[in-house]
Design a protein around this ligand. Structure first.
Ligand code: SF4
Ligand code: SF4
Length: 376
């Protein structure tokens, strides 16, 4: 396989303390991590020679590089150095958006996609991410647009029980203050060992998230019908494309087979969340070949799931670490099932809209494995 995608983990530090990340990592500090060998020697910041990365990437004729952290823009000099040194088909970044104004337009304008963490409107984003964050991020997005950035800006939402997905997505799509090219969302589910009993996850998915996904699919299809537009809502877009093409999918984020991550010390791992998981180390950029990396796939319960072909397994990290029990994680699988069923119900309408040329199959095109997990 050529043209792989690589997350470059520049730092493990972040300058935000979001509820679903920092807060929970503190709560989980003493939790048992299972039988995995954890490498505590991974440095907090990138410490390998960028020329070694250059040599490694030269063996892949068309790599896509995604700057990732922690917050990658805390290592802004490394971003400049890598973009000046390494040849890539695309550079993308996944960022909290607070430092975009510090990177010169000559670099920002070279990004194909910028993933910005934003959870919805100001009140919700500031609740999850800290007071004043929404305004700083949206000011920066407006600034980069003013400075000539024409690429894709993906609002990357993290969802917990305070989120009503349907109004929040409608708001992100229609707010005149800024416009996102695309939206992606991910449930905070199955990532931490100790959070489930403290949460109202079951009530939320059953009474809020699942019904609102059905509403969202309806709205998405209505927009195709009334305006001829296929809105780039990544989870819907990617799964619907597969249904239209009658394709089964492997793990849709690509981790461990189409998309790999490079730790701060140059060690290669299947997914960015697996930094320090020694049992899954796949080599080092010093001597590995990017096109000959071992592939890692999800195991049970996904491998015998009836909707594996549509879901792809959702998350390799969650599948391996099993932070939630089977019963708890079953609620997450029901959200996948609900989304897939809603999309399957809409399939005849979408097929008809393609046939009568209101929309076209190419409207569903997107760069796969670009850092969107796809299955929320
Ligand atoms: S629905 Fe659940 S069990 Fe089935 S493939 Fe997806 S994550 Fe795995
Ligand atoms: S979905 Fe899971 S496996 Fe994929 S990138 Fe995210 S954490 Fe890693």
């Amino acid at each position: 396989m050529s043209g792989l995608l690589f997350h470059l983990l520049l730092t493990t530090n972040c300058d935000l303390k979001c509820r679903y990340c920092y807060g929970k990592s503190c709560d989980d500090m003493d939790a048992d991590f299972g039988d995995f060998t954890v490498d505590y020697g991974v440095p907090p910041e990138i410490n390998y020679d960028i020329n070694v990365l250059k040599q490694f990437m030269r063996k892949d004729p068309q790599p896509v590089l995604i700057f990732y952290g922690g917050e990658p823009m805390l290592c802004i000099d490394k971003i400049r150095q890598i973009m000046d040194t390494v040849s890539a088909r695309q550079f993308n970044i996944q960022t909290n958006g607070l430092h975009l104004h510090q990177l010169e337009p000559e670099y920002v304008n070279r990004f194909t996609s910028i993933f910005v963490s934003l959870d919805g409107d100001q009140k919700l984003t500031d609740y999850y991410r800290g007071n004043g964050i929404y305004k700083k991020v949206t000011d920066n997005l407006n600034l980069i647009r003013k400075n000539g950035y024409t690429g894709e800006i993906i609002a990357r939402m993290t969802l917990m029980e305070q989120t009503d997905i349907y109004p929040q997505i409608r708001w992100l799509l229609n707010n005149p203050d800024h416009s996102f090219s695309s939206i992606h969302w991910q449930l905070d589910a199955g990532f931490w060992k100790t959070d489930f009993p403290k949460r109202q996850f079951k009530q939320w998915v059953e009474h809020s998230y699942n019904p609102q996904i059905q509403q969202l699919v309806q709205y998405w299809v209505d927009q195709m019908e009334t305006s001829g537009k296929v809105l780039k809502l990544y989870p819907l877009l990617a799964v619907m494309q597969s249904l239209l093409l009658n394709e089964q999918s492997k793990l849709r984020c690509g981790s461990g087979w189409a998309n790999y991550s490079i730790q701060t010390n140059g060690t290669i791992i299947p997914c960015p969340a697996m930094s320090g998981m020694k049992d899954y180390y796949l080599g080092h950029i010093q001597d590995a070949h990017p096109l000959q990396l071992k592939q890692v796939f999800v195991d049970q319960p996904c491998s015998s799931c009836t909707i594996l072909g549509e879901c792809g397994g959702r998350c390799l990290y969650a599948n391996i670490t099993k932070q939630w029990t089977l019963e708890q994680y079953g609620l997450v699988c029901k959200t996948v099932q609900n989304m897939v069923e809603s999309l399957k119900s809409a399939l005849p309408t979408v097929n008809a809209l393609i046939e009568n040329k209101t929309i076209s199959l190419s409207d569903f095109w997107h760069l796969k494995y670009n850092s969107c997990e796809v299955i929320p």
